[in-house]
Ligand binder design. Structure first.
Ligand code: 13P
Ligand code: SF4
Length: 302
């Protein structure tokens, strides 16, 4: 039996579904039950009736699934699939920051640990960060964490002056700077340019970016665009879906070095092992999950 057939059989035996983030390698995306961005996958995790969820992504995504569906077995195929952005703030650091602004509302990007979510009022993703901040009364101070580029983008879009930023970033996206755009624009003068808000260029170079989009926003754009050439400023795994949806547009990475090593720890073999041996289950203290769920349910509902 081939690897793909083995995975299909194990999935049936385990009553399992596979959720894959848009940055996964093409062969994992192709056999997953759900492929999408953080918000879409969180919603699927909360709504599926399957007993086992294999999360082909990174730890904070699998933790989110577990918090939203605590009765299910949620598996992360590689224990080391972390996230440099989620690691840029600890729960102790957040508690110390909150102590300086005791009346502020805490809005945490979903790329955070469960302990940080438990200290937060709202979670958001790149799809709904602007919408969530807009709903918070304008006189309330906001602590926005941990991505400073997404935070700066939200600040520009909402015009809020009382939004304080944590200085964290994703090491894959931060390298895409306004200079990177200038070079790519010179090499591809007619191309459209779309960027993920985590990019080091998304806020500073806003006038030179055609659209700032979450990864599913990019997928929706790929379906509709008639542009002959599009530069894509995010992790290169997204190109697999975009190319499949629209073969008449040429999608190019803004930087071919934009590869997330955590996302790429997932392989078909590890997905198979995960289903076969039920490894590695996400386990979190109930009290942390109960507190984090409040902020996460607000995210899923927005
Ligand atoms: P999306 O929610 O847009 O998929 O982004 C998740 C992420 O980790 C980007 O680096
Ligand atoms: Fe984290 Fe960056 Fe990888 Fe996204 S691309 S999972 S933010 S390290």
């Amino acid at each position: 039996m081939g690897l793909k057939e083995e995975i299909a059989q194990l999935k049936r035996e385990r009553d399992a579904v596979i959720l894959a983030h848009n940055y996964q390698v093409g062969e994992i995306q192709d056999l997953a039950d759900y492929v999408g961005d953080s918000l879409y996958l969180s919603r699927q995790a909360a709504g599926t009736s399957a007993r086992v969820l294999v999360f082909s992504g990174v730890r904070f995504m699998a933790e989110t699934a577990k918090i939203l569906s605590p009765e299910k077995t949620v598996l992360l195929p590689d224990r080391e699939a972390g996230c440099s952005l989620a690691d840029s703030i600890t729960a102790d650091e957040l508690r110390a920051w909150k102590a300086q602004f005791p009346h502020a509302v805490v809005v945490s990007y979903v790329n955070t640990s469960a302990e940080v979510k438990a200290e937060s009022d709202y979670c958001c993703t790149s799809s709904n960060a602007v919408k969530i901040v807009e709903r918070i009364p304008s006189d309330r101070e906001i602590l926005f964490l941990p991505d400073m580029f997404l935070g700066e983008y939200v600040r520009k879009k909402t015009g809020r002056k009382n939004l304080h930023l944590w200085v964290g970033d994703c090491f894959v996206h931060t390298r895409m700077r306004p200079e990177t755009i200038a070079r790519a624009r010179a090499a591809h003068p007619g191309a459209e340019l779309i960027a993920h808000p985590e990019c080091g260029c998304a806020s500073e170079a806003l006038p030179y970016v055609d659209r700032v989009l979450s990864t599913d926003g990019m997928v929706a754009y790929a379906r509709e665009t008639r542009a002959p050439e599009v530069l894509v400023a995010t992790e290169v795994g997204i190109l697999h879906r975009m190319e499949g949806l629209n073969p008449s547009t040429h999608f190019l990475p803004l930087s071919s070095e934009a590869v997330c090593p955590f996302m790429k720890r997932n392989t078909l073999e590890k997905v198979r092992d995960s289903l076969r041996d039920l490894q590695y289950p996400i386990e979190l203290p109930t009290a942390v999950m109960d507190r984090a769920r409040v902020a996460l349910e607000r995210m899923v509902a927005s």
